[in-house]
Ligand binder design. Sequence first.
Ligand code: FAD
Ligand code: A2P
Length: 384
Amino acid sequence: MVYSQAKVIAGGLAHIPIVIGLFYFIMTFFNKRAIDYAEANKPKKVEKKVVETKVQVKESSSVSSETKTEAPSKVENTSIDKKPMKKKHADVPVNIYRPKTPFEGTVTGNYSLLKEGAIGRVNHITFDLKESDPFLNYVEGQSIGIMPAGEDANGKPHKLRLYSIASTRHGDDFEGNTVSLCVRQLQYEKDGETINGVCSSYLCDIKPGDKVKITGPVGKEMLLPDEEDANIVMLATGTGIAPMRAYLRRMFEATEKEKNKWNFKGKAWLFMGAPKSANLLYEEDLQRYLENYPDNFKYTKAISREQQNTKGGRMYIQDRVLESANEIFNMIEDEKTHIYLCGLKGMEPGIDEAMTKAAEEKGLNWAELRPQLKKAGRWHVETY
Ligand code: FAD
Ligand code: A2P
């Protein structure tokens, strides 16, 4: 008995090295897996070159606000809802520079976009990004933040303001080292006094050589789809043309096309709202695209203080949308069509109203369609 107990204990003890060995083997195996995983997922350094990032569409949380048209409790599936839902934009750069550590870009150009007799002040401003490290790269449809110099009334540094990027990722000179903005100086009257917006005045006044604090890029709401045969309907008021200018350069500007190798084959339709003809922005470029690409580009203007709508009021882009309701809805029924809205927040209810009427004419319900388009990543809004 005593002998057999001793034998069992001895036998058990003899297994200890085997158990320890097994335990060591398992630990080594999992450690190696963990190291491999960390290696594969460690953040990559942003290289200082323009990459033709493949951008895919998705719904995003954006700074824009959508008008609150009540979605119906039950949304029926229509052809619009057939496509697979949103995909990730993993490759799109965001927040390379944040407010605590902004990049100081150098102004290379700042000129007025307006003609004689225009209302207000709208400038095209370009910044050199060459010195940024990591490189401040971006894609069409994103925005950057600008931190105006000086302090607010409480002695605190001014907060940043966002501006839509008006250049393609290759920049206006196609060298891939710059970013351009289209900025309207905010001006309004208060108690008989003219108030100038802080950041927009700062930007309109800066001179080549000046240093400006830049953050970003941000935004994934206004990205272009990858597909070369996509249709792009653009609804812009005033400086809302900024991202559209970048899209149109990507589609139709000869040197840009050589660089980006994106052979756009779809239809691009720009609805542009401006108060006067002299306020139309980038007009010469747009006319050139019309001449060179008559089958791919359509351009419809609503010049509010020179043209009248059917009710005798100011002509707004929503009036133009109504005029072309049938054609627009034929395009929307094609799942390759994307709609982009940018500019005055105030235009959103008007556009919704026009789309509601236009949809009715086709026997469709806009309150049902819009959420579906949004969900399918085909309705893009950035208003301010
Ligand atoms: P501020 O000094 O900040 O003054 C603005 C404030 O003035 C308002 O908040 C309001 O309180 C007050 N105010 C304004 N109007 C009136 C009025 N009529 N009566 C009384 N009070 C008033 N702007 C562009 O020019 N181009 C762009 O491409 C562009 N893109 C944008 C993209 C995004 C995503 C967003 C969110 C905004 C964009 N903006 C753009 C707007 C821009 O960010 C600034 O809001 C704008 O330039 C005004 O900033 P400011 O510092 O000049 O004005
Ligand atoms: P208006 O100012 O004549 O009323 P800008 O930014 O250069 O001022 O251009 C904005 C354009 O958008 C102007 O033609 C302006 O017209 C127009 N606009 C103003 N309010 C709305 C609105 N609610 N819906 C659509 N367009 C608008």
